[in-house]
Design a protein. Structure first.
Length: 237
């Protein structure tokens, strides 16, 4: 069952639980069929979206290291757009934050006939329009680190507020030392796929009914960290 969302804006929850399941690409077809039976598939322009996000950090990769250390309070900055190689017309400046087990997101939609490709112009343009929660983080995270690209399918449960996504075919492009957006020499994460469940606080147990009988284990899985590892910026498997 599917529904076309068009340009309808989805709610930007102030707080939620985000559960991630790391899996192999070959399991995607099985899980997709399960979700189509328990949820409705949501279509944004196309059934499969292409998501691209550039993550910013400081020279010490503090946001990445905070995730690796499992710090209870942390945040990260990214710019995200959909379905085009370079941002065209619409882009979102986002700060994702975590407070213990609760996550949230500050999101600001940016519109322009053409977005600049040079990073200094990109940041300057954003600073003129983003709200305080995003602008404050931008003061610390000024360095473009990695462009993360992947395919995403969206699903909505019958229970209000529960959303699921399937992310696969991940590719990472290093941006350190680049003066503008670069899509050269991408590193593909062979076989890795991620299912994310976004649920209101207190409704985590409801998620299991939508993926049953598929067996998956909740894991920590940051695409930003995966990108840093794939590009050799941090150690770890």
């Amino acid at each position: 069952m599917s529904t076309t969302a068009g340009n309808t804006k989805k709610p930007d929850w102030l707080q939620r639980k985000e559960l991630k399941f790391l899996m192999r690409n070959e399991n995607i077809d099985v899980l997709r069929q399960v979700l189509r039976g328990t949820c409705r598939q949501v279509v944004h322009n196309q059934r499969v979206s292409i998501v691209r996000s550039v993550y910013f950090d400081d020279p010490h990769l503090s946001a990445c290291q905070a995730n690796l250390k499992g710090l209870a309070n942390r945040q990260k900055l990214r710019f995200r757009w959909y379905d085009t190689m370079q941002p065209e017309g619409q882009m979102f400046a986002e700060v994702k934050w975590r407070r213990n087990r609760i996550t949230g997101k500050h999101r600001h939609e940016m519109k322009s006939a053409s977005f600049p490709l040079r990073w200094n112009e990109w940041l300057r343009q954003a600073e003129e329009v983003v709200p305080e929660p995003i602008a404050a983080v931008m003061q610390f995270y000024r360095e473009p680190i990695v462009l993360v690209e992947y395919k995403r399918e969206h699903f909505q449960s019958s229970i209000d507020g529960i959303r699921l996504t399937l992310d696969y075919d991940l590719v990472f492009y290093g941006q350190i030392g680049k003066s503008q957006l670069s899509v050269k020499f991408g590193q593909r994460s062979h076989g890795t796929a991620v299912m994310e469940g976004k649920v209101p606080v207190g409704m985590e147990s409801q998620l299991k009914q939508f993926i049953y009988p598929f067996a998956a284990r909740v894991q920590r899985c940051s695409k930003y960290v995966l990108g840093c590892r794939s590009l050799g910026l941090v150690s770890g498997g």
